[in-house]
Design a binder for this molecule. Structure first.
Ligand code: PGA
Length: 280
């Protein structure tokens, strides 16, 4: 695992967007694993800007999202399909037929889960899996005690997750109780994982996920087993990491990070003239 601590949430999102953009430029037919949630909105905002301002091309890529609520159709304002259409898919040149989320209103939910796994395999597997982290350490909707070898399946949301997301539904009583989620094993099969965590609410769980003992009580600790996982945090989310100084030293000295090391001000998305330079 590698950990990069950026000065603020904006710089952290910039870095994640750069990593995705480089992946897409190197491999225009990349299979991207995508995530939803408040944290990801700023990443998609930057990818849309890169598309508009530098022509970042999504036409050949295919996408698989982590999860979807059971009982919500893609038209529902709180469905993750709606979120993805709004924040990314309808704003870039992606072929909507190449974008996949589990169908939360499928008649046969078990079959939907098995079909989703099959589709990922048929696409050749996920090249880059984008991840957020829940306050209870979930990845997707892999709640505490999710098996590390679990595959796409039906999951029952934990009380912490219901509390975390209830605001979007106008209260916990309106929230679905179940979801379809990629399994921890599905996520670990991705060739690269990139986890973004920002804000003080994520500091404690991020420290446990990165530096704590591996346990299925915290699904994100499974990423310690992944051969190519990058965790990107802002200072607030990284504030409880014991080895933060060491992670900074690596970022500042490892040649592979050289292209990403400019101070945040030099590659801010709010200076369009810097964009072609930063994605070389
Ligand atoms: P958030 O959700 O970005 O809204 O904090 C992340 C998650 O629960 O995975």
């Amino acid at each position: 695992m590698e950990v990069v601590i950026q000065p603020n949430a904006s710089a952290a999102a910039d870095l994640v967007a750069q990593i995705i953009a480089r992946e897409l430029r190197a491999n225009p037919r990349a299979v991207l694993g995508l995530a939803t949630g408040g944290t990801m909105e700023s990443v998609y905002d930057r990818l849309v800007r890169l598309h508009r301002e530098t022509g970042l091309d999504f036409s050949g890529c295919r996408t698989f999202n982590l999860d979807e609520y059971i009982g919500l159709s893609g038209n529902h304002l709180n469905s993750y399909r709606h979120y993805m259409n709004q924040h990314l898919f309808r704003q870039v040149n992606i072929d909507l037929r190449h974008t996949h989320l589990p169908d939360g209103v499928a008649v046969d939910l078990e079959k939907e889960c098995a079909d989703y796994e099959r589709l990922i395999t048929q696409a050749g597997g996920i090249d880059l899996q984008l991840l957020g982290i829940g306050r209870n350490g979930h990845l997707g909707f892999n709640e505490p005690l999710s098996a590390f070898r679990s595959r796409t399946r039906i999951s029952t949301l934990s009380p912490e997750t219901i509390e975390q997301n209830a605001g979007l539904f106008g209260g916990p009583e309106n929230m679905p109780r179940r979801a379809i989620t990629m399994g921890v094993g599905t996520i670990l099969d991705g060739r690269r994982c990139v986890l973004l965590a920002t804000g003080p609410d994520k500091a404690a769980i991020l420290a446990q996920a990165v530096e704590g003992p591996i346990t299925s009580m915290i699904s994100a600790t499974a990423l310690q087993l992944h051969p190519h996982c990058t965790v990107i945090a802002d200072e607030a989310a990284g504030s409880r990491l014991k080895k933060a100084d060491y992670y900074r030293t690596i970022f500042n000295h490892d040649p592979k990070w050289e292209k990403f090391r400019q101070p945040a001000d030099n590659f801010s998305f709010y200076q369009p003239s810097s964009l072609p330079e930063m994605i070389k």
